[in-house]
Write a protein that binds this ligand. Structure first.
Ligand SMILES: [Zn+2]
Ligand SMILES: [Zn+2]
Length: 267
């Protein structure tokens, strides 16, 4: 039997966020060269009065982003979806995030958490005591539950990025605090991506872990694949390994998105 082509890459960035390079068309060309038939552009959502403007695309570039994605959709050698990675932030949900999502006909909206002590922690940080790690993880998964309950998002991005620095919470703790977040994701009818960027971080493995993938399968939470590429050369990184992880957890299908509606397709 002919092997299936690589799955769609539903997590990519562009130069507009100020910490990545390439245009949507550059990513589309890289995807076609890698044998990937579909990508989603999912640039970081702009925030008002952004305290960290090097993390997200500025408000003033939003129209440019839409134009660049449209241009790629016309000219690219693969299918290009219009997406966005919208950070969850409680005080911005009602007003700002909803307003941005209403401004364009998105195919896919990623929900993610980027703020918290986990982001810049060093693995040997003396602050990272067992109590600190437990608190950090409890807070993180509580916020992930809140994110799912907003019903604003289609896919959880890098679901367990709290392990980014390579500080992994003990398994008994994860078995206590992750299931409520997964239940909220399942109730919200969201998917969770297998984000392969974790293999290039201190975490040294994909987001989420095999343990969490197993818990997702028990709840029939659909998956997508995402490289979180911040350079066109990263398109589809470690996708062969991610497919093996998904298969080991029992997955045979992934979610495909069109205008925020999902269907399941084999991978
Ligand atoms: Zn980024
Ligand atoms: Zn992210």
């Amino acid at each position: 039997m002919k092997p299936l082509p690589l799955p769609a890459d539903y997590h990519t960035h562009t130069y507009l966020c100020r910490h990545a390079s390439g245009t949507p068309l550059d990513y589309a060309h890289a995807a076609a060269a890698r044998g990937i038939a579909e990508i989603a552009c999912t640039e970081h959502i702009p925030f008002p009065n952004d305290p960290t403007p090097s993390i997200r695309m500025p408000d003033t570039d939003f129209a440019t982003y839409l134009a660049l994605v449209r241009e790629a959709q016309q000219a690219a050698p693969c299918r290009v979806l219009l997406g966005i990675e919208a950070d969850y932030q409680l005080d911005l949900v009602q007003g700002h995030i909803q307003a941005v999502l209403a401004q364009a006909d998105f195919d896919i909206v990623l929900g993610s958490l980027h703020t918290g002590p986990f982001w810049n922690l060093a693995p040997d940080d003396p602050a990272a005591t067992p109590a600190f790690i437990e608190q950090m993880n409890r807070t993180y998964y509580r916020r992930m539950t809140e994110l799912a309950r907003t019903r604003l998002y289609d896919v959880c991005a890098h679901f367990d990025v709290v392990k980014r620095a390579g500080i992994h919470a003990p398994e008994p703790l994860l078995k206590e605090i992750v299931p409520p977040a997964l239940d909220a994701v399942a109730e919200a009818d969201m998917a969770i991506e297998i984000n392969t960027s974790g293999s290039d971080h201190g975490a040294a493995e994909a987001y989420p872990s095999q343990l969490i993938l197993g818990m997702m399968k028990e709840r029939d939470i659909p998956i997508t694949f995402g490289s979180d590429a911040h350079d066109p050369s990263q398109i589809g990184r470690y996708f062969e390994e991610a497919i093996a992880l998904a298969r080991a957890a029992g997955y045979t299908h992934r979610a495909e998105f069109r205008q925020r509606r999902k269907t399941l397709v084999p991978f």
